[in-house]
Design a protein around this ligand. Structure first.
Ligand code: DC
Length: 228
């Protein structure tokens, strides 16, 4: 980010991609390797959706969700070794991954007022980083949140590979159900932001034939060459 005086303080690495592309775990491992911070933006959409469920806020229309933003107290750990997500004083790190949250998060994420509120929040979190860099991952980071990031990456994999990884992550849920949920969430989310095609200047990393360590290395190498 630019401090206004033209001095680059923190290198911003923007990573977008669909569900199951390995974005979160790859971004976190790459941040660790580089000594950077790591910001998972999907966690904020999930935390808001979780709070709507807990407080009985109607997510079918935008009004109640928008009103709830005023009292949304959100915090997230950006140290890759101290990741947490909190709403108020409650730790919701695990709760926001529950299927009941995944099932409604797209509805919350498609509300323009929610998006602009969270985009500002993400920018202030990025500005608060005191490390040499921060990896920010989500769906609209390369295009909306940080379009001027030094490094911009689209992390993809074939639908088959993504579904295979996601069902390996979620024990006890059938592969078909996982595949169905993932593709319906991607279909809904991609109506709001295009995270399937790389925008101008964005480098695509296709992880279909790469294992986890190879994908992390590909990202780390890109950061070292493009931000160096
Ligand atoms: O990456 P994830 O599955 O934790 O994201 C949760 C939801 O939030 C997902 O359905 C899409 C939405 N999201 C978004 O719209 N923009 C982002 N930058 C990050 C996530």
């Amino acid at each position: 980010m630019d401090d206004g005086g033209g001095i680059r303080m923190t290198t911003v690495v923007a990573i977008d991609g669909p569900a199951g592309s390995g974005k979160s775990s790859v971004s976190r491992a790459a941040a660790r390797e580089l000594g950077f911070d790591y910001l998972d933006t999907g966690a904020a959409y999930r935390a808001l959706a979780w709070r709507c469920i807990e407080q009985g806020i109607d997510t079918h229309g935008p009004r109640d969700v928008i009103e709830s933003l005023d009292s949304f107290e959100y915090s997230i750990g950006i140290d890759p070794d101290r990741y947490f997500v909190r709403v108020g004083s409650e730790d919701v790190t695990e709760d926001i991954r529950e299927p009941r949250v995944s099932a409604i998060v797209s509805r919350v994420a498609r509300i323009p007022e929610v998006r602009s509120y969270l985009v500002e929040l993400f920018r202030s979190i990025i500005a608060s980083s005191s490390r040499p860099g921060i990896i920010v991952e989500g769906r609209d980071i390369t295009t909306v949140v940080a379009p001027d990031a030094e490094v911009r990456i689209l992390l993809t994999a074939t639908e088959e590979a993504r579904m295979g990884r996601r069902s390996a992550e979620i024990a006890g849920v059938s592969a078909e159900k996982t595949a169905q949920e993932l593709s319906s969430r991607d279909a809904q989310d991609s109506q709001v932001v295009d995270f399937m095609n790389a925008a101008d200047g964005v480098t695509t990393v296709d992880s279909t034939d790469l294992d986890f360590d190879q994908t992390v290395l590909a990202v780390v190498n890109l950061v070292r060459t493009q931000a160096g």
